[in-house]
Design a protein around this ligand. Structure first.
Ligand SMILES: C[S@@+](CC[C@H](N)C(=O)[O-])C[C@H]1O[C@@H](n2cnc3c(N)ncnc32)[C@H](O)[C@@H]1O
Length: 269
């Protein structure tokens, strides 16, 4: 974590953001983030009867898919509006409010813990890994996905280079940990081992995001993300128009089919 990160301020900023975007998140991101769920659950060895905790569950995709495999699934998210979304989508699955950095579950109460694109939003991701370790039984498995680097998760490459080219990166947003920290396989392995896990395995999941229009990428991030939305919303109107145009042109180059690869890390408790 860089020295100027105030974890409490960043945590509060993320919480407010997710509370606000929860009802828009599914339409914006489900077609993308659900693509890694099968690989995530496989990496955590989620099969029938396995007790699995989906941390930072959002609308509950991983917990819902785990339940469909016959697992005993529970989802937690620190946003009450996300939890409402999850309960609505998967009424037979148990969801509750909870903080990834301080889980309320008892020690050794799960066989698997998964985080689908949760780690990169946390103020203190090390605490989430320690908590996953605590609630897992010995021999249980943790697995998480994060976005790959912007040269492979091309949507991020397009957005960030458009903001860097036209915009102001120094806007008053609480600084957070580096967004692409765990995209580095060695860093993911290091963090897993530091949290007490063994046998870390890190791979890439190839994914393509089929966007309905070349303007969709801007709209999605402007309306349904947190950190990037705050960065975009803080720009002057004419700068924002230039960024939007640049993003649109970037998406057109891929004919709206954006490579959005992710990194999948897993390890043994
Ligand atoms: C990018 S969304 C991922 C949602 C879902 N897992 C998916 O696959 O689409 C990130 C989620 O992390 C949640 N989140 C962020 N920080 C959290 C924390 N400290 N504890 C619990 N949930 C958190 C947000 O509320 C949001 O639902």
């Amino acid at each position: 974590m860089s020295n100027n990160v105030d974890p409490a301020a960043f945590h509060e900023f993320e919480h407010e953001g997710w509370q606000e975007v929860a009802t828009r998140y599914h339409d914006a991101f489900a077609a993308l983030t659900t693509q890694s769920v099968v690989a995530l659950l496989d990496a955590a060895k989620v099969t029938e009867g396995v007790r699995v905790l989906d941390v930072a569950c959002g609308p509950g995709y991983a917990a819902g898919a785990a339940a469909a495999r016959g697992a005993s699934a529970v989802g937690v998210d620190f946003s009450s509006t996300m939890v409402e979304e999850a309960r609505r989508r998967y009424p037979s699955v148990e969801f509750g409010e909870g903080d990834a950095e301080q889980l309320s579950s008892s020690d050794s109460s799960f066989d698997a813990v998964v985080l689908n694109y949760g780690m990169l939003h946390l103020a203190r991701p090390e605490l989430a890994l320690s908590e996953a370790h605590r609630v897992l039984r010995p021999g249980g498995r943790v697995a998480f996905t994060v976005w790959d680097t912007p040269d492979r998760a091309i949507g991020f490459g397009i957005i960030l280079s458009a903001i860097q080219k036209h915009g102001n990166m120094n806007v008053p947003i609480p600084p957070g940990p580096p967004f692409f920290r765990f995209s580095d396989p060695e860093e993911s392995k290091r963090a897993l081992i530091a949290a007490g896990f063994s046998d870390p395995v890190v791979g890439h999941v190839k994914q393509v995001w089929r966007l309905p229009s070349s303007n969709a990428l801007f709209e999605i991030f402007f309306n349904a993300s947190v950190r990037n939305a705050a960065l975009l919303r803080a720009q002057e109107p004419e700068v924002l128009a230039a960024i939007r145009n640049e993003i649109q042109q970037g998406v057109e180059k891929y004919r709206n089919d954006l490579p959005m690869s992710s990194v999948l890390a897993s390890a043994l408790r």
